[in-house]
Write a protein that binds this ligand. Structure first.
Ligand SMILES: [Mg+2]
Length: 323
């Protein structure tokens, strides 16, 4: 059976060119560049709650980092370093080195693509749990926050929403997707693209930002609360896939679109005067950026359907303590 040290040595020790000192001592040493501050965020994924225990380990390795990269994107930070803590069930450690190999492959593949160094972590026996802490750099005082939205701002989203939730609903047999629709929606669930480059470009353009992990309503709700403002969103303006469009009249699909979560797109607000610049940025980055509504004075979030009627939903977003 592999010891903790074997696991770290075999699978999780890689050179860390961006750190002063990487894996192998009591602590890593990192040094942000001059004029930068450090953004830190942690995300934990638990088998049975955030993913199926038999999920593809390569995709799991990818996603465990991707969801953290997405938090860096939401702050406009450049991700630089990460730590990884793994609780692994004993039978898995004893018999399933292939799992570790594939997981590490998925994790480091994405880390390499973003020049993120793994600088530390921990392993233990227990129910399969993956916790990643990410550290990034952002110019002093420039980070995007949830608290900057002002009345009159446009509300923007990147990419399109709802596919991950639709794919999950299919896997849970709550909805039936055609094979072509599964092909279209499944990558959003397993291998989301964190909008890291876009986030950095939004510094100086966006007034506030958040990444959509718990669903548009819940996450835009965080911006509204932190900024002490209200919003109106037009559901028809939210960009969605052909699969989502086909299912949209159903309440379940509407729920996936507005409150499904796991999108890892950015939701941000910006003054009207920035429209042209943001549209140019969209072309440059080859990422659709769509205006879906407007910030207003007051409190609360109203979503309108095509006829201008208010949509009400039971679920406002994924709540880890009430599912
Ligand atoms: Mg977030």
């Amino acid at each position: 059976m592999l010891s903790e040290f074997d696991i770290i040595r075999c699978y999780f020790s890689r050179p860390a060119p961006g750190a002063v000192l990487g894996v192998g001592d009591d602590a890593a040493l990192i040094k942000p560049a001059r004029g930068m501050e450090v953004a830190v965020s942690t995300d934990m994924l638990v088998a049975g709650r955030h993913f199926f225990a038999d999920a593809d380990p390569r995709k799991l390795g990818y996603k465990s980092l991707a969801v953290n990269l997405s938090d860096m994107a939401a702050m406009g930070a450049r991700p630089r370093w990460a730590t990884l803590s793994l609780a692994l069930p004993e039978p898995m450690v004893r018999t399933d080195e292939k799992w570790l190999e594939a997981f590490a492959d998925g994790f480091f593949g994405l880390a390499h693509a973003h020049q993120v160094d793994l600088v530390g972590g921990d392993t233990t026996c227990g129910p399969l749990t993956i916790s990643v802490t990410i550290l990034g750099e952002v110019a002093k005082g420039k980070a995007l926050r949830r608290s900057g939205a002002r009345p009159g701002d446009d509300i923007w989203i990147s990419g399109h929403l709802g596919d991950a939730a639709l794919a999950l609903a299919h896997e849970q047999r709550r909805i039936v997707l055609e094979p072509g629709e599964i092909m279209e929606c499944l990558p959003a669930l397993h291998t989301p693209a964190a909008r890291v480059g876009l986030g950095q470009r939004l510094i100086g353009l966006a007034a506030s930002a958040i990444d959509i992990s718990d669903g548009l309503l819940a996450d835009l709700g965080h911006i509204l609360k932190c900024s002490k403002v209200a919003a109106v969103v037009k559901m028809g303006d939210i960009r969605c896939s052909a699969s989502m469009k086909r299912h949209l009249p159903q309440p379940l699909a509407i729920e996936c679109l507005l409150a499904g979560g796991d999108d890892y797109e950015l939701c941000f607000t910006a003054p009207r005067a920035r429209r042209k610049t943001i549209e140019t940025l969209s072309l440059e980055q080859e990422i659709p950026l769509t205006r879906i509504g407007r910030i207003r004075e007051g409190g609360g979030l109203v979503v309108l359907d095509a006829a201008g009627n208010t949509i009400t939903l039971e679920t406002k977003g994924y709540d880890h303590f009430h599912v």
